[in-house]
Structures are given as structure tokens and as C-alpha cells.
Design a binder for this molecule. Structure first.
Ligand code: FAD
Length: 503
């Protein structure tokens, strides 16, 4: 069986769902293959404002996220560095984030990923769960031309498409077609993590913050996921990983006892031992980057391309931001306005640059013998910024530091308009349109309804995104800029006059 699409996306995590939605919103035919049936457990629960108020607003899921009841994260609290007293930063202290949108969420990924995947379906993506990609298809010139996959019934199918994106996460087997994965020499840590009920909260207004506490073997994350549920994980150096041999549960309990603030917060709490949160899990070797992010016909987004140590919760941000960058490249090529080299060259440079900012700053941040000002100074140096105080630090850890994306910054009216993208369309016929669209995309009938949906979605997004945008400067001398609607690349009206260091 052979099927034809403009784009095939492999993986229905945040990276895959975001990318598929942004391309389908431009009226293209998109197939998304997800191996599992969501909801499924996943780690990666602390989000950044750039994801919640930038990408998620563009996706049109703002209202849904709000009604899901996720814990509001106003910043982070750290016990880190020479000073043993905990210190806190709030996103609202940054001039780029000030206002009602200076927050993010702590999310149960089973709920968050399902919201994004269902949204992709609503926006016209042909989402197929329990469908596993086997490999990409190549032509004689080694260009990727599609995907061989297995459906829920075990049948082999060939999907042909102009572009394929691998968003299948850290365990990808397809990214080998694009360069080589290089593991970090510096961040060779191991994470041991579980879930607790009845754990304490930091005092308000910091009760929704992520709390990161260093101890002799590494550091802990402590993430409130609801009034009762807390995600707790130890990130330890390789030298301590032998202790996991005593059993995961024993090792986690031991690390908790060794880290005073975490021990105190967990006094009286019980570890969850059943359901999806019932296991103590371990992850190793999770800091890496590919030396290339694309080849003709195929691009990598999210963990398939790169990932770094989770101390700044950058994983979902990098996945969804790279999805936006790749979507612009694909939309520009499918619209026939740009060559693949030019469009994907911009994607790769911007994505590597964002990864690099987090990586370089982490190198400085992992030096625990520094004081707070020294960390702030390192953030300024990494971003090449003249901002005062902790401004550069907050921008960086909020995901709005280096990208230059106006779409990620807080402009109340702008964000409010973007948020309407999802609900406006279906507001008048609750439920029905959603079922009609996903049903018709699947059955192949009702093409009219699907096309109508895409057209309305496209007109709506274009009208929404063109408000109040000042032209952006390219990030590179010969670089491109986002179109005013945010979904394509365009040549800049003004070129940079000074040299920007290559990354
Ligand atoms: P994923 O979320 O992994 O999604 C990939 C999808 O592809 C999956 O649904 C999978 O089922 C599917 N798939 C795989 N193979 C196939 C196939 N062959 N065919 C079809 N489908 C397939 N990030 C944060 O932002 N905040 C945090 O606090 C945070 N904490 C972390 C802690 C640890 C210890 C680790 C290891 C990571 C953490 N992360 C965190 C990172 C975060 O988990 C990832 O960066 C994020 O999930 C990447 O999203 P993705 O869409 O690229 O991939």
C-alpha cells in the first residue's frame, strides 16, 4: 500500500505534534505516526514560558492548558553554588516577560502530550497512533522520499512525502541517516527518579516553582505536579551510579537522605508505588547533539537531534522551538518560495545556536563553587548581552534569551489574540466539528470539510499573527527572518551590518 503526503512526521511528542500542526495550519497534507496510544508516561514535566506563552499560544491551546489545571510555575528556586541559602528567580523580573504571561506550567506529560496531539488532529493532521515508523525511504541520490511504517494491524505501508521529520525522541533509530550523535564529555550523568504523594511545598509565592538542590553526588529536581503529586529526581555523576546496583528504590532513598532540603520537603510523604507513576526509573547518557540536523528530505527535531542535562528544563522548549523552525523551513519550501538549502540552513543554524546557549551556560553553572553574581555574569557572557543584574539569566532560562523571537515575548494583546486560534474556530459547534474533521481525515471522505477547515485555520492564523509586528533582524549576516505570520522564512528587509560569531 502506498500513500502520499506533503510531510510525514515520526513521533507524537511535543516536537512532532507542534511541527505537524504548524505545517497543517498552512493547508499542507501532513501524516503523523505515533508508535504508542496516548496517554503514555514520559519524563520532562517542567516547562518554560517560551513554550507555554509562545509556541502553545501559536498552536491555539492556551485555554485548554488553563483548564487542565496544571501547576503554575512562576520561576525557579535553587540551592546551588557557594552560598548554601536557597535563592529564587521569578520570570516576571525580566523586561521581556513582564506581565500576565510571565509564567509556565509544571505538567503531567501524559495530559500535556495528549492535548498537543489532539490539537494536531483538530488542525487537520492525519494522526495515526499505534503506527510505528520502520525506516525512511531513499531514492538513488540518497534523498529521503518517505517512510516505511507498520500500522496497528501489523501491515507494512509506504508513505511517500516531500519531507520527513524525525521527532521520535532520544531512542530514535532514524537519526542515523543525518550525521552522527556526539555525546557530551561534560554531562555524563545518570538520573534516578520517582513520584511522591503528600510532599511539602515551598512557601508561597514559590510553591509552584521547580526546586533544584545540589548535594555531594549531584543535584535533585523537585517539581510539584498537583496539590498531592510531586516529581523527584536525583541527577548524579557516573562515579555514584554503581549505587543503583543496590536497587533503584534503595538508591533513590539513599540520595534523598543525603540531600537535606529534599529530605525535609519529603518528610511524611510516601512514594507512589502503583500506576504510571509507580516505578523508580533510571535514565543515562542523555546529553548529546548530532553534528547535523538535516539532509535532503529529512530533518531532526527535539530529542532526536539533541538534548542536554535537565537542570534548566530546556528539553520541551528545544523540541517545540526546533519544531517551529523546521515548520517554517518546510512551509517555505512547499510554498515553492525557497530552496531547501536556504530554508533548512536557517533551521539548523538557529537550532544549534539555541542548543549552544544552554550548553555553554550549563558548563559554567555546573561549577558549584561560584556565587550567584558569577552565574549571572556567565549568562550575560553566553548571550553576549549587556543586560544588568539577573536579566540575561532569566531570559536564558525562560527560553527567550537568544532566539530573538518576538513571538515568545509577553505582549498581552498579542498573546490574547493568538490564544483565540483554537477556540474561535470550533466555538459555535462544540465537539461536532472536531469529530467531523478527524473522522473525515481518517476515512478519506469529506475532503471538502477538511479543506474548508484548513482554509479557515490559515486565514485566521494569518490575520492573527500580523498584528503589531516590527520587522525582525536576521540572526546571521546572510540569514533569513520569520514572516509576519510567523510560519515561513523570508529574506530580511534590512541586512545585519556587523559580523555575528558563528556557532
Ligand atoms: P518525545 O517526547 O520523547 O516524543 C517522541 C515520541 O516518538 C514518543 O511519543 C514515542 O512514542 C514516539 N516514537 C518513538 N519511536 C517511534 C517510531 N519508530 N514510530 C513512531 N513513533 C515513535 N524537559 C523539560 O522541558 N523539562 C523537564 O523538567 C525535563 N526533565 C527531564 C528529566 C530527565 C531525566 C530527562 C532524561 C529529560 C528531561 N526533559 C525535560 C527532556 C524531555 O523529556 C524531552 O526533551 C522531550 O520529551 C522531547 O520531546 P520530543 O517530542 O523530542 O520527544
Amino acid at each position: 500500500m502506498v500513500e502520499h503526503f506533503d510531510l510525514i512526521v515520526i513521533g507524537g511528542g511535543p516536537g512532532g505534534s507542534t511541527l505537524a500542526t504548524f505545517v497543517a495550519m498552512q493547508g499542507h497534507r501532513v501524516l503523523l505516526l505515533e508508535r504508542e496510544l496516548l496517554p503514555v508516561y514520559k519524563i520532562g514535566e517542567s516547562l518554560l514560558p517560551a513554550t507555554v506563552n509562545g509556541i502553545c499560544a501559536m498552536l491555539g491551546v492556551t485555554d485548554e492548558l488553563k483548564s487542565a489545571g496544571f501547576v503554575v510555575k512562576q520561576g525557579g528556586t535553587f540551592r546551588w553554588g557557594r552560598n548554601k541559602e536557597p535563592w529564587t528567580f521569578a520570570f516576571s523580573l525580566s523586561s521581556k516577560l513582564r506581565g500576565p504571561t510571565s509564567f509556565a506550567y509544571q505538567v503531567e506529560r501524559m495530559k500535556f502530550d495528549t492535548i498537543l496531539l489532539n490539537n494536531a488532529r483538530r488542525k487537520g493532521v492525519d494522526v495515526r497512533e499505534r503506527h510505528a515508523a520502520i525506516d525512511v525511504l531513499l531514492d538513488d541520490n540518497q534523498r529521503v522520499t518517505g517512510v516505511a511504517f507498520r500500522d496497528a494491524a501489523g501491515r507494512h505501508i509506504e508513505g511517500r512525502s516531500r519531507f520527513v521529520v524525525d521527532a521520535s525522541g532520544w531512542s530514535t533509530t532514524l537519526a542515523r541517516h543525518v550525521g552522527t550523535r556526539i555525546y557530551s564529555q561534560h554531562f555524563r550523568n545518570v538520573a534516578v527518579f520517582g513520584y511522591f504523594s503528600g510532599a511539602k511545598r515551598l512557601p508561597p509565592p514559590n510553591s509552584g516553582n521547580i526546586f533544584c538542590a545540589a548535594f555531594d553526588r549531584g543535584w535533585f529536581w523537585y517539581i510539584p505536579l498537583s496539590d498531592t503529586l510531586t516529581s523527584v529526581g536525583a541527577v548524579i555523576g557516573q562515579e555514584s551510579s554503581r549505587l543503583i546496583g543496590d536497587g533503584r528504590e534503595v538508591a533513590l532513598s539513599r540520595f534523598i537522605q543525603e540531600c537535606e532540603p529534599i529530605r525535609e520537603l519529603l518528610a511524611g510523604a510516601t512514594r507512589v508505588t502503583s500506576g504510571p507513576y509507580g516505578e523508580v526509573r533510571v535514565r543515562t547518557d542523555y546529553s548529546y547533539c548530532h553534528d547535523k540536523f538535516w539532509k535532503p528530505g529529512l530533518a531532526l527535531v527535539g530529542d532526536s537531534a539533541c538534548f542536554i542535562d535537565p537542570v534548566f528544563s530546556s528539553g520541551v522548549h528545544l523540541a517545540t522551538y526546533s519544531a517551529l523552525l523546521a515548520a517554517r523551513s518546510i512551509n517555505s519550501c512547499l510554498g515553492a518560495s525557497m530552496t531547501e538549502e536556504r530554508a533548512f540552513g536557517e533551521f539548523e543554524r538557529r537550532y544549534m545556536r539555541e542548543f549552544r546557549y544552554f550548553y555553554d551556560f550549563l558548563l559554567a553553572f555546573y561549577d558549584l563553587d561560584q556565587d550567584l553574581d558569577s552565574y549571572y555574569w556567565s549568562a550575560r557572557k553566553v548571550l553576549n548581552s549587556a543586560e544588568l543584574g539577573n536579566e540575561a539569566f532569566i531570559q536564558l532560562v525562560a527560553g527567550v534569551g537568544g532566539s530573538g523571537e518576538q513571538l515568545f515575548e509577553s505582549h498581552e494583546e498579542f498573546v490574547r489574540q493568538r490564544a483565540g486560534l483554537g477556540s474561535q474556530l470550533f466555538g459555535e459547534i462544540p465537539g461536532q466539528a472536531e469529530d467531523a474533521v478527524s473522522g473525515m481525515v481518517k476515512s478519506g471522505s469529506g475532503r471538502f470539510m477538511t479543506d474548508l477547515f484548513r482554509e479557515v485555520s490559515q486565514v485566521q492564523s494569518q490575520a492573527t499573527f500580523t498584528t503589531d509586528r516590527v520587522p525582525e533582524m536576521p540572526l546571521f549576516n546572510d540569514g533569513l527572518v520569520p514572516s509576519t505570520d510567523g510560519f515561513h522564512w523570508v529574506e530580511p528587509a534590512v541586512r545585519r551590518s556587523h559580523v555575528v560569531p558563528a556557532v
